[in-house]
Design a protein around this ligand. Structure first.
Ligand SMILES: [Zn+2]
Ligand SMILES: [Zn+2]
Ligand SMILES: [Zn+2]
Length: 104
C-alpha cells in the first residue's frame, strides 16, 4: 500500500508520554487542530487543517519527511515527500495530548 523510500529517516522509537501541544504554536500563540510528531527528531507540529501547518513546515524546513499522528487512537504516518500514508511498525507508546484550542 505504501511506497515511501524514507524509512531510514525514522529515529523515534518511543512516543513521548505527553505533550503540551504544537511547539511552534505554543511559542507564537497560534492554535492547532490536530497534532503530528516528526519521526526523525520528535518535534510536535500541527496538521494541514490547522492555520499554520507547522508539521508540514517542519518537514520542508528540516528535510524530515515523516510524521505520525499522535491523536488518540490514531497510528498512521505520512510522508511529505512521497505524499503517501503508511504504517510504521516499531514506534511504541501513546501520547497524552491536550484538547485542540480550536475545538474549545
Ligand atoms: Zn517517503
Ligand atoms: Zn502549529
Ligand atoms: Zn524533525
Amino acid at each position: 500500500m505504501s511506497w515511501c523510500s524514507h524509512l531510514d529517516h525514522v529515529r523515534l522509537t518511543q512516543l513521548p508520554e505527553s505533550v503540551e501541544g504544537c511547539e511552534e504554536c505554543l511559542k507564537t500563540g497560534g492554535q492547532w487542530l490536530h497534532l503530528r510528531i516528526c519521526l526523525q527528531c520528535g518535534q510536535v507540529g500541527c496538521c494541514d487543517d490547522s492555520p499554520n501547518r507547522h508539521a508540514r513546515a517542519h518537514a520542508a524546513g528540516s528535510s524530515h519527511p515523516l510524521i505520525r499522528s499522535i491523536e488518540p487512537g490514531e497510528q498512521w504516518s505520512w510522508c511529505f515527500l512521497d505524499d503517501v500514508a503508511l504504517q510504521i511498525p516499531g514506534v511504541q507508546g501513546q501520547t497524552r495530548i491536550p484538547p485542540s484550542p480550536l475545538m474549545g
